[in-house]
Design a protein around this ligand. Structure first.
Ligand code: NAD
Length: 297
């Protein structure tokens, strides 16, 4: 079965690499030649365009930054046709990007007009989970599409959830990332407070990790440089999950809350913090939010 994979960034590259390792016939495309070269070396077939990558594919997977990129890819942009026009009927589309639920529903409706099934399948687990093949997939879409997608998703992830109809995967993912943004900024705030009052960041981290403040950030994504060897903080906040992308996700949460007239005071606070931080450090991992709090940085 031929699979096309579009978008080989921090997440897409390791996800695609795992699909190659699982024995799939993978055809890839990214705007970055460097990203494609790496996947070619890993055993994927490198295509000259997205349209060439999807030719004859049974499944198309996309992993792009935001809704505008996903809509551009499938629906077309600036007069250029999107992929939907050229995909064979019965092709399954799996978009793993985090985008607005209404963008997912718009692409799904257009796909249905072409006889194509579309799933929104955003992921959780970060670059570490993508590399290890232990991502959580949060899927929205038809039961039939979900069943067909499952064996492919199992090549990249461990927990595969069916959240509901198209768009439901995005809603669940956005709620999760709003909580993650709150947890990361709160953890950074607590660590800075402790260090500025004489504590060692590694000692304080371990105390909180084993206490009632313990959370996913303290378990594997500590924002203080040097506390966790494998965390983005310990490699100058390079790679990982960009501040720009977290700011995007918190904006999506805000839009969702406006639509449902929900109160999200903590999410709004986190959204403003990451929007401010993105002005100077949008291209650093989101754990660099610690810089807002440290006196010495
Ligand atoms: P990234 O910016 O590292 O990668 C995006 C890739 O898409 C880049 O390589 C870029 O060249 C490529 N691209 C953009 N437009 C394209 C087009 N039209 N055709 C082909 N390629 C194109 O982003 P990422 O960190 O890999 O994240 C991708 C998505 O996954 C985002 O929606 C993000 O919110 C989500 N996400 C990221 C993480 C994480 O930890 N990084 C975790 C979960 C979810």
């Amino acid at each position: 079965m031929k699979i096309a994979f579009i978008g080989l960034g921090n997440m897409g590259a390791p996800m695609a690499t795992n699909l190659v390792a699982a024995g799939h016939d993978l055809h890839v495309f990214d705007l970055s030649a460097e990203a494609m070269r790496a996947l070619g070396e890993a055993g994927a077939s490198v295509a000259a365009s997205a349209a060439a990558a999807v030719e004859g594919a049974a499944v198309v997977i996309s992993m792009l930054p935001a809704g505008a990129h996903v809509k551009g890819l499938y629906l077309g942009r600036d007069g250029a046709p999107g992929l939907l026009a050229s995909l064979a009927a019965e092709t399954l589309i799996i978009d793993a990007s985090t985008i607005a639920p209404e963008d997912a529903r718009e692409v799904a409706a257009a796909a249905a007009e072409h006889g194509l099934d579309y799933l929104d399948a955003p992921v959780s687990g970060g670059v570490g989970g993508a590399k290890a093949g232990t991502l959580t997939f949060i899927v929205g879409g038809s039961e039939a599409g979900f069943t067909k997608a499952r064996p492919v998703l199992e090549g990249m992830g461990k927990n595969i959830f069916h959240a509901g109809a198209v768009g439901a995967g995005q809603v669940a993912k956005i709620c999760n990332n709003m909580l993650l943004g709150i947890l990361m900024s709160g953890t950074a705030e607590a660590l800075a407070l402790g260090v500025e009052n004489g504590l060692d960041p590694a000692v304080l981290s371990e105390i909180m990790r084993q206490s009632s403040g313990g959370n996913w950030v303290l378990n594997g994504y500590n924002p203080w440089p040097g506390v966790m060897e494998n965390a983005a903080a310990s490699r100058g906040y390079q790679g990982g999950f960009l501040t720009n992308l977290m700011a995007k996700d918190l904006g999506l949460a805000w839009e969702l809350a406006l639509g449902s007239r929900s109160a999200v005071p903590m999410g709004s606070q986190a959204r403003n913090l990451f929007a401010l931080h993105a002005k100077a450090h949008g291209e650093l991992d989101f754990s660099s939010i610690l810089k807002l709090y440290r006196h010495d940085d």
